[in-house]
Design a protein around this ligand. Sequence first.
Ligand code: DGL
Length: 266
Amino acid sequence: MKRTPVGVFDSGIGGLSILKALRAELPHEDFVYLADSGPHAPYGERDNAHVIERSRAITAHLRARYDIKALVIACNTATAAAIHLLRDEHPDLPIIGVEPALKPAVAHSRTRRIGVMATRSTLGSAKFCALVDSLVGQADFICQPCDGLADAIEREDTIKIIALCAYCTGAIGQFGTNDGQIDTLVLGCTHYPFASEHLRTLVGPYVRLIDNGEPVARQTHRMLKILASGDAPGECILLSTGDGASLRNAARHWLALECPVELALI
Ligand code: DGL
């Protein structure tokens, strides 16, 4: 890799849903993706101190080892816990975060009833509460913490994924496009787009599923001061702090990205 890459991280494979959109939006950019796995993940049911400590260590590593020109926190949980601290500590580095796509959901919803699936930590964060407060009166948000779902996706445990998706959508309420029904479902964790096939079966064909991949990719495009140029396709480096097999398989399956995974000792 000869150019300075954009760094991207998440607690595991979930941020690949963001990396996919980034590669489509910025095909000539190089990316280094770090999956924080093993004992460090998942983030969504851990305390803030852990997520902040990991976010700081990963940012320092990506800067020191790869000289990244921007950082995408491809994780709603880590964005809510740490983006303000990372921006304070790295004022020279453009940092882009991910938050549940409530504003696009309000723009799309006709019934004004919107389901939100996210980690317990994201839903309990001050950042998320402020986002909901900023939209008060515009829609009803029915928020469901999806304990265990990111982990089940990480482990490719299909039976558990289906059971948890069924439990969570059932707890949110009745989906559909009639008045009083929930016509929009926000996927507020970057892992959940990888369960969208199961969610679609549960909520029916007309409910809109909304994630943040494309808006985050466009925002990253806007914030990059120097864009890679030329015809050469961008390269990717994949890093994992745990067993790299699931990252390698997920990158191949979801992004058609064939790439070895290096161990990151952070
Ligand atoms: N994918 C992450 C998010 O968007 C976190 C999942 C987890 O580690 O619990 O919140």
